[in-house]
Design a protein around this ligand. Structure first.
Ligand code: C2E
Ligand code: CA
Ligand code: CA
Length: 747
């Protein structure tokens, strides 16, 4: 079951609501208690008021008795009783004037002893004799109106007669009388009324329950109520203020930072680090704990973004390295091929003129050989810089081979292409190569091919055309820039040359075009039989021999790439066991490949086959002259790894013997030109024969190349050669192999 989750603000609001309810309940209880206390006070006040009233009535009763005594003892009172005719005069003039009558009384009437009111007086209430004690009787007559009260008392003769002479009845207003006589504390005198519900006269002492009044309000309870109300209002305001403050505080200090932190953490999971969170995480939070969390996230984010940056940088570097030539910083052959492929795709079906410019350094090989490869590299860098400088922005310059550069120009006609080419030529001419120690002038040649047809099949020929134009440009006496034009007689032979270039590049890209043929090297005095691996390129059904494509390999400085491909093919032959066990393999290697780690690594891989197939590396004698020390070093490594090193084509060059003694070499392959000398019985033959014996005595294993006849075979065997190789023994041929394995190897 999914639990509903609420925000911190919600919880704070809920807390305050609950707190408010509790406080309201407490206030309610407080108010109820206050009300109870109020009621209690009311009750006690009522009681006090009742007592007060009772006291007042007693006081009134005493007063009435006292006033009755005054009237009773008034000497004039007996005259109207004795002479009722006098009563009218007496009541009208004497009663008020005498000062004997209490101002409390509003009227006074006299009754005879029989209880009849004297004529000239009021109507008379009742028989005054009933209940009129010596002290008198105060009665309330309801029908007489509101608070009219009669006080009736007997009047005796001074002689002390038992029966009274008559009775006096004083009327007065009860409420007025009480007000006058008594000052009330609890009872509100103004509210004092008499109930009219009674049906018969009521005695004064019983009148209490017929009196209606209000009691004065208690100021204490009012004050207390006011104070409590004030406290409640203050409490409510305080609650409200603290709730709002707490809400704001929680919102600002806790809720919002928490939301931000949560968002920031969320943003970390996204692919990119968002800048707004980066900024928000920078300002410190007021709550220490949250700030610690913020700092942690901040540093984590920093680390994450650093890692991402580094990764991106590495990616860019990798991408650049993949498409960049490390020596010149230009785009490399791979970039060229990729751009070429996308160009072919883009141009399919369009008619867009495209120019391919090939740049080649003139006489680079001799420069390299003479001044060493470091100078050679500097020369290439200088040329690359000079050409690249005058390229149009947006145009790419590629290094597609050792000393060969190229550029592809979109929508460029022949005139513009020529202008650009001339600019490049001038730029290189301006360079001072003497600062590199090169004394000879260094120049470049440019071959241009332009295609306006824009069909993809034509595009593939563009490279061959540019190559052909380059050949033209390099011809002595030419202006170093040539544009390929269809049908020009001179270009025909060049096209053949560029066919090999094409074939080579295609074979490097698709190694199944490369075939390894093997030629037997026959042991003459026991030992392993060896097969020399010889490369061929099968192109459009024609088998191209090394003499046709090796010059291209050399001129494009593709030795390492080429050898690497051959070594891999040999490895696949060893894997597929097409070579009989016990038969050794001899591999040709360019000296230029020797300082390439990937070639060395690939060779070292072959060592695991060495037990079944002894391995020989053939290095051509002439290629060894420059960089002797370096080559000695690498040959030493390979030799200790398990290869036997053979010096190939010995005697074809002019290298001093000293080199031979310095090199870690086991085998010497006498060049065919030397072996052919042995055919005759002349001095040259004797020299070669003696030389061979000398070498053999020095401990070298000798191999004779180009043995084409039985006679030569006999000759070399008599001279102590260990192996013979030549058409007389075997011609190079392909071995049956599993093609699938070869393809897999390069995938
Ligand atoms: P190489 O190393 O001197 O190879 C011997 C060459 O002499 C081979 O020519 C072979 O076919 C040829 N040959 C063998 N016996 C006779 C013979 O009795 N008479 C005549 N006239 N020729 C004979 P190929 O295969 O054309 O190779 C030419 C050169 O190409 C090789 O000379 C070698 O330097 C180079 N090469 C061949 N394959 C490779 C390779 O895989 N890597 C490298 N770096 N160079 C290779
Ligand atoms: Ca060889
Ligand atoms: Ca050879």
């Amino acid at each position: 079951m999914k639990k509903t989750r609420f925000s911190i603000t919600y919880w704070v609001a809920a807390f305050f609501i609950v707190l408010s309810l509790v406080i309201v309940a407490l206030c309610g209880i407080g108010l109820y208690r206050l009300h109870e206390i109020g009621a209690e006070i009311e009750r006690s006040r009522l009681k006090a008021a009742q007592e007060e009233l009772a006291g007042a009535l007693v006081e009134l009763s005493n007063h009435l008795r006292h006033e009755g005594d005054i009237i009773t003892n008034w000497d004039e009172i007996q005259q109207p009783l004795a002479n009722p005719h006098y009563y009218g005069y007496w009541k009208a003039s004497r009663v008020r004037q005498s000062g004997k009558i209490s101002p409390l009384f509003s009227d006074i009437d006299l009754y005879d002893s029989a209880g009849n009111i004297l004529p000239g007086g009021g109507t008379g209430d009742a028989d005054p004799r009933t209940g009129a004690s010596e002290a008198g009787k105060t009665l309330y007559y309801p029908e007489k109106g509101l608070s009219r009260i009669s006080h009736v008392f007997p009047i005796h003769a001074p002689e002390g007669q038992q029966s009274p002479l008559g009775y006096a009845q004083a009327s007065f207003d009860l409420v007025q009388a009480l007000k006058r006589l008594h000052s009330f504390d609890y009872l509100v005198p103004e509210t004092l009324t008499v109930s009219q519900t009674a049906s018969s006269p009521i005695a004064l002492q019983d009148l209490g329950k017929f009196l209606r009044y209000e009691i004065s309000a208690s100021h204490e309870i009012e004050t207390l109520g006011e104070a409590v109300t004030k406290i409640y209002i203050v409490l409510a305001i305080a609650m409200l203020v603290s709730a709002v403050t707490a809400y704001l505080f929680v919102q600002r200090l806790l809720a919002r930072p928490l939301v931000r932190l949560a968002d920031a953490i969320g943003s970390l999971q996204a692919d990119e680090v968002r800048m707004d969170y980066v900024e928000e995480l920078e300002s410190p939070y007021l709550l220490q704990e949250l700030d610690t969390v913020r700092q942690s996230i901040q540093s984590y984010r920093q680390k994450l973004s650093n890692a991402r940056l580094e990764l991106e940088n590495r990616n860019i570097t990798f991408q650049q390295q993949a498409l960049q030539d490390s020596l010149t910083g230009l785009y490399n052959r791979r970039a060229y091929e990729e751009d070429w492929a996308s160009l072919v795709r883009a141009l399919a079906g369009h008619r867009e003129p495209i120019a391919l410019l090939l740049f080649d350094c003139d006489h680079f090989k001799p420069i390299n050989d003479t001044y060493g490869h470091q100078v050679g590299d500097c020369v290439l860098q200088t040329i690359a810089g000079a050409v690249n400088e005058v390229m149009r922005s947006g145009d790419r310059l590629y290094r597609i081979g050792g000393d060969e550069f190229a550029t592809l120009l979109w929508g460029t006609d022949e005139h513009t292409a020529m202008q650009i080419a001339e600019r490049c030529l001038d730029s290189v001419r301006k360079e001072d190569f003497r600062r590199l120690g090169v004394q000879e002038p260094v120049s470049i040649s440019i071959g241009i091919a332009i295609d306006e047809i824009g069909k993809s099949e034509d595009i593939t020929w563009l490279q061959a055309h540019a190559d052909a134009a380059m050949y033209q440009a390099k011809r002595p006496g030419n202006k170093k820039i040539a544009v390929y034009r269809k049908g020009e007689a001179s270009s025909e032979d060049v096209l053949v040359a560029s066919l090999e270039t094409n074939a080579l590049y295609q074979a490097l890209a698709a190694p199944e075009m490369l075939e390894i043929h093997f030629q037997r090297m026959q042991p003459l005095a026991g030992g392993h039989e060896y097969l020399e691996a010889l490369a061929r390129i099968r192109h459009n059904g024609i088998l191209l021999m090394p003499d046709r494509f090796l010059p291209v390999v050399q001129s494009r400085r593709l030795e390492a790439e080429f050898d690497l491909t051959v070594i891999r093919l040999i490895q696949s032959s060893l894997d597929s066991e097409t070579i009989p066990p016990g038969v050794g393999v001899s591999i040709n290697l360019s000296a230029q490949s020797l300082h390439r780690p990937e070639v060395i690594a690939q060779l070292i891989e072959l060592i695991r086959y060495a037990e079944r197939h002894p391995l020989i590396l053939e290095i051509t004698e002439t290629s060894l002259v420059p960089r002797l020390a370096e080559i000695t070093h690498f040959l030493g490594i390979l030799r200790t790894s398990g290869f036997r090193i053979a010096l190939d084509d010995f005697g074809s060059g002019y290298s001093p013997l000293r080199y031979l003694t310095d090199l870690p070499v086991d085998i010497i392959k006498f060049d065919m030109s030397l072996i052919l000398q042995l055919k005759n019985e002349d001095r040259a033959s004797i020299v070669v024969a003696d030389f061979a014996r000398l070498m053999r005595d020095a401990g070298y294993t000798l191999i004779a190349e180009g043995v084409e006849s039985e006679a030569l075979l006999q000759k070399v065997s008599s001279l102590g050669f260990s192996y013979v190789q030549g058409f007389h023994i075997d011609t190079p041929h392909a071995l049956a192999r599993t093609d699938a394995k070869v393809v897999n190897l390069f995938n």
